[in-house]
Write a protein that binds this ligand. Structure first.
Ligand code: CA
Length: 247
């Protein structure tokens, strides 16, 4: 790991919950502060296939990103890891009819000594809270989000749309996939949230902003976010991963 006088130190906490309506939890997360890798995946597919896809994605990506060559620039290493994980899940599904069509979203934060990147595929999101203001960094790969961006639907219609579950990009469902990559400048005190749609469907950005602004330990904040999403209905699996940049 590269050391520099400006190295940022991170702390992190995560929590996942089945929610109040689903019988199983198809979300998964993984992180390593030492390796600068933080991931949330939300699986999809019939029977238990979604669970298989999200767990496989987390396992493959954690392994590949922890083992990356120290000389490889992080965004390139991440893109190679995403390609390899995609192939592994796609092949696994092709060889097992029970798992046919399985896939998963991905949102990741990757940190270097003094830089960071966010990556996403699908509708799991990455946010940054800075100076009390919440900013969504990632852009959803979902049908309704694309229609809102092109002006064919307004946000209220998007929220009510029966098509709001349709995502336009997933890890493992096609032979190839590309993640969107967002380079980030890090400032001390930045708080990052990676989460599945089970959190953002239940809690508005305004509520997330006020909750994330509370001066609480990260694990307690995670618990409060999950509790609030369950109180709001808990219609889906809920996962949140919080990462704070210290100095
Ligand atoms: Ca979900």
């Amino acid at each position: 790991m590269r050391l520099s006088s400006t190295a940022v130190h991170y702390s992190a906490a995560a929590c996942t919950d089945r929610g109040r309506k689903r019988l199983s939890n198809e979300d998964a997360f993984g992180f390593s502060v030492d390796h600068g890798v933080f991931l949330v995946c939300d699986g999809m597919g019939g029977a238990a296939a979604g669970e298989v896809a999200s767990a496989q994605a987390v396992d493959e990506l954690m392994r590949l990103l922890k083992d990356r060559a120290e000389s490889a620039p992080l965004p390139e290493a991440a893109e190679q890891a995403v390609t390899a994980a995609n192939e592994a899940i796609f092949t696994h599904a092709e060889q097992n009819p029970r798992l046919s069509g399985m896939g998963t979203t991905l949102v990741a934060l990757l940190t270097d000594a003094d830089r960071a990147w966010m990556l996403n595929i699908g509708d799991s999101r990455g946010y940054r809270l800075r100076g009390g203001k919440l900013e969504q960094i990632t852009v959803d790969h979902s049908l309704v989000d694309e229609q809102v961006r092109s002006g064919r639907m307004n946000p209220a219609e998007a929220q009510r749309s029966p098509l709001r579950n349709v995502i336009t990009r997933a890890l493992g469902t096609q032979p190839t996939v590309t993640a969107d990559v967002f380079p980030l400048e890090i400032a001390p005190g930045d708080l990052f949230l990676l989460c599945s749609d089970g959190l953002t469907r239940e809690l508005s950005d305004e509520l997330l902003e006020s909750m994330l602004g509370l001066d609480l330990p990260l694990d307690e904040l995670c618990g409060r976010l999950i509790g609030a999403a369950n109180k709001a209905g808990g219609h889906d699996n809920i996962t949140c991963l919080l990462i704070r940049a210290g100095d």
